[in-house]
Write a protein that binds this ligand. Sequence first.
Ligand code: NAD
Length: 351
Amino acid sequence: KNIPKNILITGGAGFIGSHVVRRLVSKYPHYKIFNLDALTYAGNLENLKDIEEAPNYDFIKGDITNANFVNDLFAKHKFIGVIHLAAESHVDRSISHPLSFVQTNILGTVNLLNASLELTKSNPDFLFYHISTDEVYGSLGETGFFTETTAYNPNSPYSASKASSDHFVRAYGETYNLPFIISNCSNNYGPNQFPEKLIPLFINNIIKNKPLPVYGDGNYTRDWLYVIDHAAAIDLVFHQGRKGETYNIGGFNEWKNIKLTQLLCRLMDKKLNRQTGTSEKLITFVKDRPGHDLRYAIDATKIKQQLGWEPSVTFEDGLEKTIDWYFENRQWLNHVTTGDYLEYYKKQYQQ
Ligand code: NAD
């Protein structure tokens, strides 16, 4: 009766995964949470220092592209559910190295699906929960929203690999009756995000007085969600979502990149006690990303109506919390911005 329920979270050392791991370890003592992560450049166990000693938590270093390893792991721990976040996640890297996106995001996902099928034979309550992105839907014009029934139309190697993995998950549901749920979320921001993504990149650059590279004319529009609100949504969908369904998750919070950058600059000037306008001087427009999607916007009505989820913080509060976190965790930032990252950054922005 007291046997813990084993749950596998993949990619738990990454940005979003670490928040999901922390939430589930803290909230559900009767679960044993296994965090499987290959610790690529994006994975960092420092993200989970505060819970690493918890009795209901275990870290496993391993690669989801290795089918034998994945099969053995599933046979050993008989997970009752999988929350799959492990992925190559950065669009710019997918443009320079598409194949690693095929390997981790597609092959890795199919390996997990195959191992999951074995477990459904003895446990019909098993659930495979796949975490995906709104980028699979492609680009919107000035108006309209992505809903759960919007046709897939991915434009980058990253979104094409995520779209493919979503299709495999749904196909395993149809073909083999694998119980699954998929959620597609908009851009996340918050503590622990690797500083190649816009918000932490710009916070880091403002601290160091480096230019803020804004793509094109800065009119690209994204919906932003605080990562802790995404983790809450994932918890809710995992426990109460309907099997076989998709949920769109978003912040009802659209921003043009340039407006977002200006807001961030104002908040950083305040934080650094600088005259308003100081950080904005660092903005530099850089050559556009190829295949850049103009606008993403999520209609998150379904999850709100069906499961009662909505974001808990406003964008300005979330940004302030994020800025505070990066100031309080300079060491984390210094650790992740040395070595390989510097090389990548130099190549990417030719600085
Ligand atoms: P991230 O890059 O911060 O973390 C990914 C994690 O996966 C890292 O810890 C990495 O070590 C691990 N990983 C990579 N390849 C692996 C492999 N082959 N085997 C095992 N582990 C491996 O990514 P993130 O931003 O936290 O995103 C997590 C998931 O959420 C991804 O699936 C992503 O597509 C999705 N998502 C992200 C966003 C966003 O804004 N960041 C939005 C919507 C959906």
